[in-house]
Design a protein around this ligand. Sequence first.
Ligand SMILES: Cc1cc2nc3c(=O)[nH]c(=O)nc-3n(C[C@H](O)[C@H](O)[C@H](O)COP(=O)(O)OP(=O)(O)OC[C@H]3O[C@@H](n4cnc5c(N)ncnc54)[C@H](O)[C@@H]3O)c2cc1C
Length: 452
Amino acid sequence: MRKADVAVVGAGFTGLAAALELARTGYKVCVVEKDTEAGGLAGSFRVGGERLEKFYHHWFASDADMMALIRSLGREDQILARPTRTGMYYAHRFFRLSGPKDVLCFTPLSFVNRLRLGYVALAARRVKDWRQLESCTAKEWLVEHCGEEVYRVVWEPLLVGKFGVYAAEVSAVWIWNKLKLRGGSRGKAGQEVLAYYRGGFAALVDEIVAQIRQLGGEVLLGCAAESVTSADEKVTGVTTSAGEITARAVLLTTPLPVSARLLRDACSAQYVESLRKIRYLSNICIVLELSRSLSSTYWLNVNDPSFPFVAVIEHTNFEPASTYDGRHIVYLSKYLPPEDALYRMSDGEAVKFAMAALKRMFPEFEAAWVTNSTVWRADYSQPIVGLRHSELIPAMQGELGNLYLAAMGQVYPEDRGTNYAVRNGVDAAKKIAVVLPLQSAIEMPHSLNGAF
Ligand SMILES: Cc1cc2nc3c(=O)[nH]c(=O)nc-3n(C[C@H](O)[C@H](O)[C@H](O)COP(=O)(O)OP(=O)(O)OC[C@H]3O[C@@H](n4cnc5c(N)ncnc54)[C@H](O)[C@@H]3O)c2cc1C
């Protein structure tokens, strides 16, 4: 039996940011993570001697909470900010779409419509209160601001690629936020500047885990939470695959449907059901290691409905191939319901399927270029942001007084992202600190007593 002030379930960025903040405040934290590595959706695997994200990851220049976390670790010199090339595949052709000049040269649209495409970013910046968009679909808002043709050529394929059959339901808040975010991540010349971490996101995860442990906290990997325990209208801890943890407060950072399952015995049926209201899409990422580069574009949006992936991301046009012993890394990503045939294919079938699609897009591509391939799947990868989404989001403070929830599904009005995971994790920690008296100094390692 372990004892902690706060048991944190999940070692993704929300759980890690919360645990670090709590440990810095002086609480004894115990983080339990079912995977054998920390990082959650931003977790990594080995490519040669380096670690690479299972699902492509970068930061925007506007990701202030993440930058603040990195600064607090004294590691801002590890942030790599670089201009990137964005493109679009449309009607079997490649277009560059990295900045305002490229928009003006985007020939699939009439000149007037190119201006309307550029205008939509300005329209997004003019929205002062996202609540006014909550009852409007992304389609309605986009058609109003840039017209039918721009919607059909540019936005509809992206919405369908990202949300599939749910595309028509997606709220204007979602697209507004994406436009605002990308607009805020541009350099002086208007080109997009994205950021990465030296050694990959895994290196940052390592730093956070090390600091939590140094402050007397525990991070238990390969340890799955099975249920939250309660008595007298309070949570008392967590039952895990490695035994019981008693805690004065519990923070769940797991996907909301998983939290519902963990709370089935501790909370009312009505509360548990309310955590199942937000629907999620799954994601499959096929990572190809190639002996040659496909193109000079980092991020290629696919606006061709016959291509079965929403984007082709050549990671090594962002972080150089030399980092991975000369391997060129390409991600093919698709958001889909978990029952989709592609999600259920074996890894071998999925790679074969991806390579055939890539060959149609890049006829010069040869199977022999693929030196290795890996397939990653995540059941809960993208909450579906529909109309009046705010009404479905559970409060951070759970039904029982000392239960807290901070999960990807609660990030709003922004879309999910590691920056918002950090923001929510830190917010949850601060909320806990307001009500939970500090009493664990004596349980801290001797060398750290008095350090706060
Ligand atoms: C394809 C894709 C691309 C993305 N690209 C970017 C990007 O470029 N930039 C960016 O900032 N963000 C990106 N994101 C989003 C980002 O990964 C997430 O927003 C963020 O990682 C969420 O962190 P989290 O801690 O809230 O959730 P998660 O990372 O989901 O963490 C939850 C943790 O809980 C654990 N868990 C689940 N059940 C249990 C249990 N029973 N017991 C113990 N542990 C459990 C999970 O294993 C996981 O580690 C991307 C996501 C995807 C899917």
